[in-house]
Design a protein around this ligand. Structure first.
Ligand code: GRF
Length: 202
């Protein structure tokens, strides 16, 4: 299966996928990353792709006359690589109708909280501020809401009294990277069905 991965930052989730595929081989893992896209340049996530010899592309919102134009351009850039599955690994933009029309149902996101709790761009900070005793991460299909699509898998992480946002986020990311590698591999190897809010992986 062909994966396109979208990033906006350090790309450690991307790196986890790269390492897993390098370790088990494309056949064993069931997928290869054919391109990495971003909404900004100069990020470590793109550097990781370049070091792995994987084509990259950048589509910046401010370079388009409208959000819809950016969304269509991003969809075009992704479609050019003919992905079977698109993975948002720390991609910090909300995609629109055009993107979802083309990739909905095969577009997966990882979020650093236990959805439906703490959706949005500050899930780690919000869980900490709320006083949650456990939080974690969620891998889900992207739908037309923000972090509201059908949940595929979740991992739980305890919140410690001494945690600040970055310490908690780092601990979440340790679980998140393993979860994403496991889920993406299973989706790629086994195939899946989405039945309402349920995801059935064969
Ligand atoms: C991940 O925790 C992701 O869930 C969140 O931002 C983080 C990205 O980390 N949206 P990285 O870029 O994969 O290191």
């Amino acid at each position: 299966k062909r994966l396109v991965v979208l990033v906006s930052g350090s790309g450690t989730n991307l790196q986890a996928l790269l390492d897993a595929i390098a370790e088990t081989g494309t056949e064993g893992y069931g997928a290869e990353i054919v391109a990495v896209g971003a909404d900004r340049d100069g990020i470590e996530g793109l550097a990781r792709a370049e070091r792995a010899g994987i084509p990259t592309f950048v589509r910046k919102v401010k370079e388009y006359e409208s959000r819809e134009a950016w969304d269509a351009a991003l969809a075009e850039a992704v479609a050019a690589h003919e992905p079977d599955l698109v993975v948002s690994a720390g991609f910090m933009k909300i995609v629109g109708k055009e993107f979802l029309a083309r990739f909905g149902g095969r577009f997966v996101n990882t979020h650093p909280a236990l959805l439906p709790s703490f959706p949005g761009a500050h899930g780690v900070r919000d869980a900490l501020a709320y006083g949650a005793r456990v939080t974690g991460c969620t891998v889900h299909f992207v739908d037309d809401g923000v972090d509201t699509g059908p949940i595929i898998a979740q991992g739980v992480v305890e919140v410690r009294d001494e945690d600040d946002e970055s310490a908690l986020h780092e601990r979440i990311k340790e679980v998140e990277r393993r979860l994403l590698v496991e889920v993406v591999g299973r989706l790629a190897r086994n195939g899946y069905r989405i039945e309402g809010r349920k995801v059935v992986i064969q």
